[in-house]
Design a protein around this ligand. Structure first.
Ligand SMILES: Nc1ncnc2c1ncn2[C@@H]1O[C@H](COP(=O)(O)OP(=O)(O)OP(=O)(O)O)[C@@H](O)[C@H]1O
Ligand SMILES: [Mg+2]
Length: 290
C-alpha cells in the first residue's frame, strides 16, 4: 500500500501542468465506493444519451468481478481486452457494436496487464488503442464496486471522475471515502457527483448540498453536481429485458433525467479542464501499474 501511495503521488505530480494541452478524447471514470448504486446502468444509458447528442462514445467495461455492460445491452462478448493484450486478437475484433454507434470494450481491466509488455508488443497495443481516438470523443469507464487498485488506477488516469451515490447513508459514506482519497492524493482538483435513486429532484439537491458542505469543509477539491436520477421501475424492467431504459422507455423519468445529465456534461466548460486524450490516459495507466 505504501508503494501504491507513492505511485499515486507521482501520478498526481504528473497531472500538474497538463491542463493546457489540447487533445480530443475525454476519459470519464465512473465510480461509487459502494456497489450496486447504478454505475453500470448509468454508464450505458449516459453513453446512449451522449450518442444522441452526436458524441462518439466508447465504453470500457472495467469491472473485475461482474462485467455488466454487455449484459445490460443484451450483447455477448466472445473476447476481451485480455486477448488483445496477450496478442491473440486485435482491438477491432473484440469491440462490441452497441446501439447508436456506441462501442463497448469488454474486459477492459485487461488493459492493466499492459504493464507486463515491452518493446514491439507494447507499441503494437498502444497503436491500436490510440486508433480508438479516431472514432471516439468520450470514453466512459465503468468500474467495479469498492476502492481497489484497479479502480484507483482508472480514477487516476481519467480526465474526469463521476462519483455516483444514492441517498442512503452507507452509499454517501462510501462515495465520500473515494472523494477523500482523490483529494488527499491530489488525483484531481474536481469531482463530479451524480445522485441516483432519488424520490424527486429535491432529494437529489439535498444529498448534493450535504455532500458539498462536507467536501468544502474538509477537502481541497471542488465538487460539481451534475444531477440526479429518480427511482424508476423502467430501470429495473430494462435490466430484466436487457434493453437500456433510454431506448426501451424513452419517456420514463429516468430517461429524461439521464438526458438532462448528458446535456449538462456536454455544455461548454463541463468537460474542458485538463483535456488530455488517449495517449496521456495510457501513459498514466501503464505508469501506475508498472
Ligand atoms: N434509478 C433507478 N431506479 C430503479 N432501480 C435502479 C435505479 N438505478 C439502479 N437501480 C437498480 O440497481 C441495480 C444495480 O444497478 P447497477 O448494476 O447499474 O449498479 P452498479 O453500481 O453497477 O453495481 P456494481 O457495483 O455491482 O457494479 C439495477 O439492476 C437496478 O435494479
Ligand atoms: Mg456495475
Amino acid at each position: 500500500m505504501a508503494d501504491q501511495a507513492e505511485k499515486l503521488r507521482e501520478m498526481a505530480a504528473a497531472n500538474e501542468g497538463t491542463e493546457n494541452k489540447s487533445h480530443k478524447m475525454r476519459v470519464i471514470t465512473i465510480t461509487s465506493g459502494k456497489g450496486g448504486v447504478g454505475k453500470s446502468n448509468i454508464t450505458v444509458n449516459l453513453a446512449l444519451a451522449l450518442a444522441r447528442l452526436n458524441k462518439k462514445v466508447v465504453i470500457f467495461d472495467a469491472d473485475f468481478g461482474m462485467a455488466n455492460v454487455d449484459i445490460l445491452l443484451g450483447l455477448i462478448p466472445r473476447y476481451t481486452m485480455h486477448h488483445v493484450v496477450r496478442g491473440e486478437k486485435r482491438l477491432q475484433e473484440i469491440i462490441l457494436a452497441g446501439p447508436l454507434g456506441v462501442q463497448i470494450v469488454p474486459g477492459s481491466t485487461g488493459l492493466l496487464e499492459m504493464a507486463n509488455l515491452k518493446g514491439l508488443e507494447r507499441r503494437l497495443l498502444l497503436k491500436q488503442l490510440l486508433e480508438l481516438e479516431k472514432s471516439a470523443e468520450i470514453l466512459l469507464i465503468d468500474t467495479g464496486a469498492g476502492i481497489s487498485k484497479s479502480v484507483l488506477g482508472f480514477i487516476t488516469a481519467a480526465s474526469d471522475v463521476l462519483v455516483i451515490t444514492n441517498p442512503e447513508p452507507t452509499s454517501i459514506t462510501d462515495a465520500y471515502s473515494i472523494t477523500k482519497i482523490i483529494s488527499q492524493y491530489q488525483l484531481h482538483r474536481e469531482v463530479k457527483l451524480l445522485v441516483n435513486q432519488v424520490k424527486n429532484e429535491k432529494e437529489g439537491d439535498e444529498v448534493a448540498e450535504r455532500f458539498l458542505r462536507v467536501t468544502q469543509k474538509y477537502l481541497q477539491l471542488s465538487l460539481q453536481y451534475v444531477g440526479c436520477i429518480t427511482t424508476d421501475s423502467a430501470v429495473t424492467r430494462s435490466v430484466r429485458e436487457q434493453h437500456p431504459f433510454l431506448l426501451a422507455y424513452p419517456n420514463s423519468r429516468a430517461a429524461l433525467c439521464i438526458e438532462r445529465i448528458a446535456a449538462n456534461l456536454t455544455e461548454p466548460g463541463h468537460l474542458n479542464a485538463g483535456e488530455e486524450g488517449m495517449r496521456r490516459f495510457l501513459e498514466k495507466i501503464s505508469k501506475i501499474f508498472l
